[in-house]
Design a protein around this ligand. Structure first.
Ligand code: NAD
Length: 385
């Protein structure tokens, strides 16, 4: 068996309603002064209020940083760190989608160590230590609560990652009640993001692709495939929301240790240049990238096809991978997501620049089951356009 390393968040609390009693689960870890990192939309919705009240009632002082934007910038992280310094915080609580969680991760790192951010980019360069860190996801998508990764936007259009076990949080608290009000379009986009994590982790060419990740990816696909349409159609369905939140976390654990590949690499320019939400960016390039990968990965995709789409168990094995790609495309349509790059107003003459930008994501491209050249990337974008 190939040797491998598997890291994950050491403590996971999965309980609907847990955010309102967050002090009991995480209060001791975070210490007396807590930096809450979230986004303005969630603040306005009052989604953090029960957690804020629980912590204040338990005697914690809270500094609230609620200025995280989607695809957050380095400037946002610096502002969050300053808020933490001003309040002399003892712990960081990230509360929100992947954007808020990623800002919380890097803020906890910069507040806890002297290492400049410029030395922390890339894989295993962040040294720490960091402040105590708790993450509470409010989307069922990124799995950031169990990944060693934080993605920030640099210079307005480049997505860059810090990847190090140092930024895995101490505790992930998953409360599906928080996701019940997630609008259908965000439920769909973030849910497809989670499915992509599972697919890319399972098929990853990484030397650290491992049996735990593959097992988690398959269970994630079962949960996500069986529940995504219900969660989009009826957001209040708590059982579907719980399954989505669990599925996205399992997919996160999978890809945290068997990293994602060309779907993400080609999605980043879509998000970075055109500010298309991350999950939708993935969905827009997913079928074309998987079709490109078929010569190298058909057998692998055939193994997981029926996990996501049980009806594919009856499809002959030699055509099951293609049927899997078709089923994903159909699902994206059923979820009312725009199917093509042109549908989100990306002009055709932007495709060469996007292909050049995608080549910067070598950290991800090396994990793709089939090598991707710039010409390949352009052909994939052209198919997706
Ligand atoms: P997001 O955090 O950008 O949030 C998107 C929108 O959803 C925001 O407007 C937010 O207010 C709203 N929202 C979130 N939860 C809500 C709720 N419960 N109810 C109502 N509205 C809600 O979206 P995301 O897709 O979760 O995160 C995307 C970011 O995560 C990108 O920057 C991406 O690069 C990054 N990412 C990180 C990892 C990782 O491992 N760290 C993995 C994948 C993606």
């Amino acid at each position: 068996m190939n040797p491998f390393v598997f890291n994950t968040t050491p403590s996971i609390v999965f309980r609907s309603g847990a955010a309102g009693q967050i002090d009991r689960h995480v209060g001791a870890l975070l210490g007396p002064r807590v930096l809450l990192v979230t986004d303005p939309g969630l603040r306005k919705l009052g989604l953090c209020d029960p957690a804020v009240a629980a912590l204040r009632n338990a005697g914690h002082e809270l500094a609230v940083f609620d200025a995280v934007e989607p695809d957050p910038s380095v400037a946002t992280v610096i502002a969050a760190v300053q808020a933490g310094i001003d309040a002399r915080v003892t712990g960081v609580l990230g509360f929100g989608g992947g954007s808020s969680l990623d800002v919380a991760k890097v803020a906890a790192l910069l507040l806890g160590s002297d290492q400049p951010l410029d030395e922390a980019w890339g894989v295993n360069n962040a040294q720490g230590p960091r402040l105590p860190l708790v993450l509470v996801p409010t989307t069922a998508g990124t799995g950031s609560e169990v990944t060693p990764v934080a993605i920030l936007t640099v210079g307005g259009d480049e997505k860059r990652g810090v990847s190090s076990p140092v930024i895995l949080p101490d505790i992930a608290l998953l409360d599906a009640e928080l996701t019940r009000g997630l609008p259908p379009s965000i439920t769909a986009a973030t849910g497809v993001d989670a499915m992509v994590h599972a697919i890319e982790a399972y098929a990853s060419a990484s030397a650290n692709n491992n049996p735990l990740s593959r097992m988690l990816a398959r269970e994630a696909l079962r949960l996500l495939g069986a529940n995504i349409e219900t969660a989009v159609a009826d957001g209040a369905d708590l059982a579907a929301r719980e399954a989505m939140l669990l599925g996205s976390m399992l997919a996160g654990q999978a890809f945290a240790n068997s990293p994602v590949a060309a779907v993400h690499a080609l999605a980043y320019p879509v998000g970075g240049i055109f500010h298309i939400p991350h999950g939708l960016s993935n969905a827009l390039v997913l079928p074309a990238v998987l079709r490109f990968n078929l010569p190298a990965a058909a057998a692998t995709y055939a193994e997981i096809a029926a996990d996501a789409f049980p009806q594919l168990a009856d499809t002959p094995e030699d055509s099951r991978a293609e049927a899997f790609v078709d089923a994903l495309k159909t699902l994206i349509g059923r979820l009312q997501m725009p199917p093509r790059l042109r549908d989100v107003n990306i002009p055709q003459d932007a495709l060469p620049r996007m292909a050049a930008d995608a080549m910067k994501q070598q950290r991800l491209l090396v994990n793709n089951p089939r090598p991707v050249t710039e010409a390949d990337a352009l052909a994939i974008y052209t198919e997706a356009w």
